[in-house]
Design a protein around this ligand. Structure first.
Ligand SMILES: Nc1nc2c(c(=O)[nH]1)N[C@H]1C(S)=C(S)[C@@H](COP(=O)(O)OP(=O)(O)OC[C@H]3O[C@@H](n4cnc5c(=O)[nH]c(N)nc54)[C@H](O)[C@@H]3O)O[C@H]1N2
Ligand SMILES: Nc1nc2c(c(=O)[nH]1)N[C@H]1C(S)=C(S)[C@@H](COP(=O)(O)OP(=O)(O)OC[C@H]3O[C@@H](n4cnc5c(=O)[nH]c(N)nc54)[C@H](O)[C@@H]3O)O[C@H]1N2
Ligand code: SF4
Ligand SMILES: [Mo]
Length: 568
């Protein structure tokens, strides 16, 4: 066991915090910059949760050896191309990627795209080439932070803590905690962000705020400005639900100030999520936010592995399947690692039906909703019982995770399972665990420098507000403080504005063209009158969501849907 007592929070979160393990107690690491000694409720729940101790096969407890024998026998029986490897983001340590390299070599079908940030990432890549955030110090230099489609104080609470005394502008249909703490809240209609970005661009031009130096350097801004001018201002106002008065206020607040823009998932949960994001990034460029001499940059969920060389070879000869469109019923064997598709993947009904008709193996740390449909459950050991490194998609600081406890005898780490399978199938090419860990611990990638910027010059978006019937609502699904996706304190309520006429405790059926489900209502003025809100992890939310991919990134689009409500 390592003498070093640092551990990293494994959870899927911008902050990638580090803690220390002392005398059996865990405390936030004061020396790790964004952590600053603080631990959040989710990390505490993660430590305290009930971990699986024994494998389960057909609802009977078996030994780890027996479980591995079942796994190997199954892998030898099926044709590799009739098997699917499906990995979630329950633990974001770099060593979690090891198992995919086995299944790639074995010949399973792998997934592509994302249930998370795929659309936005694709959009930013198109404008700038890479999805990389500026150094965190730039955020600290900002006078004003524009929070656009991100629940900043909740989903990256440690990053927020560093800048909480600044002036904020929030652009979000929901009155989130950060919106309440903002100088200005633009409660726009969902999926009208690109129109707002174009409107803001026109105002920026009128107020002479264009960063001519940046725009000249990258030459492609003229077409973008033409695009921005292509609609009458008043029709923008009606579509977005944001008043011109508020737009003026926006520019008053940022005038002569250093500005940073913090983007989140909210802008891109739609079919055209990539181009919507690209439009916002182009507005940011027009204003000079990417120019480090003037402003403080634009943040999103960055590629946390930018600059690192891939340590596991997961190249495959097979066509990959979009993660948003996976039909589990098509495979004889499904291997699921660190995911809970029954709650988190789009269209729960279809997921459950699919899982029922294939042999499902689940590798995870506890019993989740997906385990109900698993034939074999293999317990992965907890993050305290394996060495790892956490890279962050929020900032540039990594966190180290040492093995501070011995694994329980019938559990296995993802890397050890990978090694076992490589050995059993006589595959080669898996690097040694220590070599991989040392690489990630020691290597410091070079900071990203801007080499190109391509403004968006054309965009076509199918407007939800044009499709929406009077009695329909926009469906919003976002993160909550005390649960991490489908883990910990789950909230299954449907949140509605009291002006809708529904009352607390009402039981309603929500329906969309993809499915329906029942919910208990909670009312709040924080939700716009034309929206409904379900938090991530809500067990019924994804009965309503589309199992199709977005326009260009093979990814899910949870909010490309309108819903009807009926009192039960
Ligand atoms: N406590 C906690 N923290 C988390 C997580 C968690 O489950 N719990 N999950 C982690 C994960 S996996 C991720 S990917 C990140 C995501 O973290 P965020 O990027 O903050 O993503 P969300 O909370 O999904 O959505 C952000 C905001 O977008 C708003 N929104 C919805 N639709 C629109 C729209 O059309 N336009 C605009 N402008 N805004 C819109 C929502 O109201 C919400 O406030 O958080 C991570 N951190
Ligand atoms: N309605 C709705 N759906 C959403 C979202 C939303 O906002 N609303 N958000 C989407 C987003 S952003 C994301 S990222 C996805 C997340 O979707 P998933 O990746 O499926 O994440 P979870 O549902 O949290 O399930 C992760 C599982 O991993 C397990 N796990 C934790 N640690 C380990 C470990 O060390 N090893 C192994 N093997 N397993 C471990 C946990 O116990 C948990 O059950 O959900 C998406 N789905
Ligand atoms: S803020 Fe995020 S990374 Fe930090 S301890 Fe909490 S869940 Fe983990
Ligand atoms: Mo995510």
């Amino acid at each position: 066991m390592s003498l070093n007592n640092k551990i990293a929070c494994p959870l899927d979160c911008y902050d990638a915090c580090e803690a220390v393990f002392e005398n059996g107690k865990i405390k936030g690491n004061k020396k790790h910059y964004p952590t600053n000694g603080n631990m959040c409720a989710n990390f505490i729940s993660c430590i305290k949760q009930e971990y699986l101790k024994t494998p389960i096969y057909n609802n009977v407890e078996i030994t780890l050896n027996e479980a591995l024998n079942v796994l190997v026998k199954k892998l030898k029986e099926v044709k590799p191309e009739n098997s699917l490897f499906y990995k979630g983001s329950g633990n974001l340590g770099v060593m979690q990627s090891s198992l995919k390299s086995f299944f790639a070599k074995y010949g399973s079908i792998l997934t592509q795209g994302s249930l998370c940030d795929g659309g936005g990432g694709k959009g930013i890549k198109a404008t700038r080439g890479e999805v990389v955030n500026p150094p965190l110090e730039k955020l600290l230099q900002a006078d004003v932070i524009i929070v656009w489609g991100r629940n900043f104080s909740v989903t990256s609470s440690h990053m927020y803590e560093l800048v909480k005394n600044k002036t904020f502008i929030t652009i979000d249909p929901i009155k989130t905690h950060i919106a309440k703490n903002s100088e200005l809240h633009l409660a726009l209609n969902p999926k009208t962000d690109y129109e707002l970005a174009l409107l803001l661009t026109r105002f920026a031009y009128m107020q002479d705020l264009e960063d001519e130096e940046f725009c000249k350097k990258f030459e492609t801004s003229e077409e973008f400005f033409e695009l921005a001018k292509s609609r009458p201002i008043l029709s923008y106002e009606e579509a977005t639900g944001v008043s011109l008065e508020d737009i003026n206020r926006f520019f008053e607040i940022i005038e002569n100030k250093k500005v940073a823009l913090v983007l989140g998932l909210g802008i891109q949960k739609y079919y055209e999520g990539a181009n919507i994001t690209r439009c916002i990034d182009s507005f940011a460029a027009f204003l000079g936010l990417h120019n480090p001499l003037k402003h403080c940059g634009v943040w999103y969920l960055s590629n946390s592995k930018y600059g690192y060389e891939e340590q596991f070879n997961s190249s495959t000869k097979h066509q990959k399947i979009d993660v948003s469109e996976v039909d589990f019923s098509k495979y004889e064997l499904v291997f699921i690692q660190g995911a809970n598709p029954v709650v988190s993947a789009p269209n729960t009904k279809r997921v459950i039906e699919g899982l029922k008709s294939s042999f499902v193996i689940y590798l995870g740390i506890n019993i989740n909703d997906t385990c109900e449909y698993a034939d074999l459950i293999i317990p992965a050991c907890s993050f305290l019982q394996k060495d790892d490194v956490r890279l962050s998609y929020g900032h540039e600081y990594k966190a180290i995770s040492n093995k501070v406890q011995e694994p329980l005898s019938e559990t296995i780490s993802e890397y050890n399972l990978t090694k076992y399978l490589f050995d059993t199938f006589k595959f080669d090419g898996l690097k040694k665990e220590k070599e991989i860990l040392d690489y990630y611990i020691k290597y410091q990638p070079k900071a990203y420098e801007f080499e190109k910027f391509e403004f968006i010059d054309d965009i076509e978006v199918e407007h939800l507000y044009e499709k929406k019937l009077k009695e329909q609502y926009y469906f919003i699904t976002a993160k909550k403080k005390k649960n991490l996706n489908s883990s910990f304190k789950i909230d299954n309520y449907l949140y509605l504005n009291p002006q809708t006429g529904y009352k607390d405790g009402d039981i309603v059926t929500l329906s969309s063209k993809y499915g329906n489900a029942k919910f208990e209502v909670k009312t709040t003025f924080d939700v716009k009158k034309n929206c409904v809100l379900c938090y991530a992890g809500n067990k019924n939310a994804n009965y309503l969501t589309p199992y199709q991919s977005d326009e260009s990134s093979h990814s899910a689009m949870y909010q490309e849907v309108l819903v009807n409500i009926e009192l039960s």
